[in-house]
Ligand binder design. Structure first.
Ligand SMILES: *[C@@H]1O[C@H](CO)[C@@H](O)[C@H](O)[C@H]1NC(C)=O
Ligand SMILES: *[C@@H]1O[C@H](CO)[C@@H](O)[C@H](O)[C@H]1NC(C)=O
Ligand SMILES: *[C@@H]1O[C@H](CO)[C@@H](O)[C@H](O)[C@H]1NC(C)=O
Ligand SMILES: *[C@@H]1O[C@H](CO)[C@@H](O)[C@H](O)[C@H]1NC(C)=O
Ligand SMILES: *[C@@H]1O[C@H](CO)[C@@H](O)[C@H](O)[C@H]1NC(C)=O
Ligand SMILES: *[C@@H]1O[C@H](CO)[C@@H](O)[C@H](O)[C@H]1NC(C)=O
Length: 250
């Protein structure tokens, strides 16, 4: 009974805080642009919760509210992860996991405004693999190249990637990256590049039911941290053959 009370509290928090959007196609800097501008909005979120119907479970591939098991819920506003029917805390960029991909061309300057809408955690975003030669303050490593962005604040990341490649961005604070705060960062070649519409991004991710910050901390303290419960492809996978929805490539 205690668990249901806790769940009730979570649902109320979620209903107030979240109006989820479906994951975005991301941002593409036009090929002839010299300087592009985009943003990432960082929010608290939860797995397996629908903003209207509350906590969900997976029933042979269909999402249903735990409190109204006869009803079907669309995945559109839900981050399922592996469909485990216990709600886990997430941190998202633009309300999706993974966050939206960012595409630009080699040597373009990009400005990404990172807005921290978290309730009580600071954040930074690291552009993994970008050498940041000339502007090391844009590397996004908390307490090394910048003070973390406090709740309610934003930070202007502006830099100019020199080398094309398939990179990613992720939080560089605590274990926020493991809680969903990551996405693709693609620097395209100027010539001979495969068109974006013919490219697919595949993120592989271990998913651990203990990645909530408190449980993970406890597990580390008493040396009981274990291997992951499931593997996600682009934020989606299954747990114990529960038939949770997979990523679909078109
Ligand atoms: C994130 O969402 C904002 C709108 O809230 C949009 O302007 C921006 O381009 C999005 N970022 C990416 C990388 O898609
Ligand atoms: C939730 O998942 C557990 C296994 O993790 C399962 O035993 C239980 O029946 C599931 N509950 C619902 C409502 O699907
Ligand atoms: C990118 O800029 C660097 C430094 O200005 C230059 O050496 C290099 O040739 C440029 N590469 C491309 C593909 O424009
Ligand atoms: C971010 O910094 C760049 C480079 O200094 C500047 O061009 C841009 O206007 C700034 N954007 C905001 C919203 O401050
Ligand atoms: C160790 O941490 C795990 C995960 O939080 C918890 O389930 C377990 O009860 C803890 N064991 C002890 C001895 O504290
Ligand atoms: C934690 O567990 C591992 C694996 O069982 C063991 O090798 C290690 O010595 C333990 N560390 C501590 C501090 O107990």
């Amino acid at each position: 009974m205690k668990e249901w009370t806790l769940l009730g509290i979570l649902v109320r928090v979620v209903l107030i805080l979240l109006t989820m959007q479906s994951s975005s196609d991301g941002f593409v800097c036009e090929k002839d642009a010299v300087h592009c501008h985009t943003s990432l909005k960082i929010d608290n979120a939860f797995t397996m919760i629908d903003p209207i119907n509350g906590p969900l479970f997976v029933d042979e591939g269909t999402l249903r509210p735990i409190l109204q098991p006869d009803k079907e819920v669309s995945i559109e506003n839900v981050i399922t992860a592996d469909g485990w029917n216990t709600t886990l805390p997430l941190l998202t960029a633009n309300k999706s996991m993974p966050g939206p991909p960012i595409f630009l061309y080699q040597n373009q300057t990009i400005t990404i405004i990172v807005q921290n809408n978290l309730i009580n955690e600071a954040v930074t975003i690291h552009w993994h693999g970008i050498d940041q030669l000339g502007w090391p303050a844009m590397d996004g490593v908390a307490f090394v190249t910048q003070c973390p962005i406090l709740p309610g604040q934003f930070f202007n990341y502006t830099f100019q990637p020199r080398f094309s490649g398939t990179y990613w961005y992720h939080s560089h604070v605590g274990n926020q990256r493991d809680m969903g705060l990551y996405g693709a960062f693609i620097v395209l070649k100027r010539k001979g590049e495969v068109p974006i519409k013919n490219q697919h991004i595949i993120h592989l991710q271990e998913w651990n039911h203990k990645f909530g910050p408190i449980t993970l901390l406890k597990a580390n303290l008493n040396n009981t941290s274990s291997s992951s419960e499931s593997i996600l492809i682009n934020g989606k996978g299954e747990f114990e053959n529960n038939e949770a929805p997979h990523e679909v490539f078109q």
